[in-house]
Design a protein around this ligand. Structure first.
Ligand SMILES: [Fe+2]
Ligand SMILES: [Fe+2]
Length: 261
């Protein structure tokens, strides 16, 4: 299978986005695939490991060159990274919009799957934000612990109520639209998100809980809040495509912390 043929298959069945950032960022679309690596973000380390493994293609969710459209603004970092990628010959494909535009958003599905949470997912008016109604009531603290244990996220942060059992959870992985609207809705108790404006979202949740209103926001980090969607994609690809080998690689978190080496 060629790289361009795999891309057609991945996009097929999703609501077509136009314009879309889901394009090839490097490499030859005609390349025959024997090894495909899947990750959340093409860090320099991930590219090096992909090259070492002999990957023909690297599928990522986020931009490679720090711009939504991957327009390469030339500076020391982008020039060196582009050289590394171009010399590797690896086809880099961003699979973002169409991951989010299926009937069930594949990122949301992956996060809930690896969190081992049972419940019902429904759409909201906001792009890539969903309502999750948990079968078992859970507190924000329990949820945050589960994120650390099951998803390996370091330092999950909670603003607002920690200890009240809740079922009405807004799943806003990454940084999607509608987080404030969902947080302020009477139909939402806990919001899960990647990044948050602290003075607006976190302080709203803190004040709500001080007023006795069950409301919290859990800030997971952008990459940690979406990467399990890519992990699940790799698992699906392994089952679906036998003509090439698929491997998921963890790209880690952008931040480091004082309590680690
Ligand atoms: Fe996303
Ligand atoms: Fe994202």
């Amino acid at each position: 299978m060629k790289a361009k043929e795999l891309i057609e298959k991945l996009i097929y069945g999703a609501y077509k986005r136009e314009p879309t950032c889901d394009t090839i960022k490097a490499g030859d679309p005609e390349k025959e695939l024997k090894r495909v690596m899947v990750t959340m973000f093409a860090t320099v380390d991930v590219v090096r490991q992909a090259k070492e493994w002999g990957a023909d293609m690297l599928i990522v969710h986020e931009p490679t060159y720090y711009d939504h459209w991957d327009i390469v603004e030339e500076n020391k970092v982008t020039i060196a990274k582009k050289k590394l990628i171009d010399e590797s010959g690896i086809v880099v494909f961003r699979y973002h919009d169409h991951m989010h535009s299926r009937d069930i958003d594949q990122i949301t599905q992956g996060e809930l799957h690896y969190l081992r949470l049972d419940g019902t997912v429904s759409k909201t008016p906001y792009d890539a934000s969903y309502m999750f109604t948990a079968n078992e009531p859970i507190t924000a603290l329990e949820l945050a612990n589960r994120m650390e244990n099951k998803l390996g996220i370091k330092h999950v942060r909670i603003a607002g109520e920690r200890n009240k059992k809740s079922t009405k959870i807004a799943a806003c992985f990454g940084t999607p639209a509608g987080v404030y609207e969902l947080l302020t809705s009477d139909d939402v108790e806990i919001v899960l998100t990647g990044e948050a404006c602290e003075w607006k979202l976190c302080e709203y949740a803190r004040d709500a809980s001080l007023l006795g209103i069950n409301k919290s926001i859990i800030v997971m980090g952008h990459i940690p809040s979406e990467r399990d969607g890519m992990r699940l994609l790799a698992e699906r690809m392994k089952k679906e495509y036998k003509s090439f080998e698929t491997r998921y690689i963890e790209c880690g978190e952008a931040y480091t912390y004082t309590d680690e080496e």
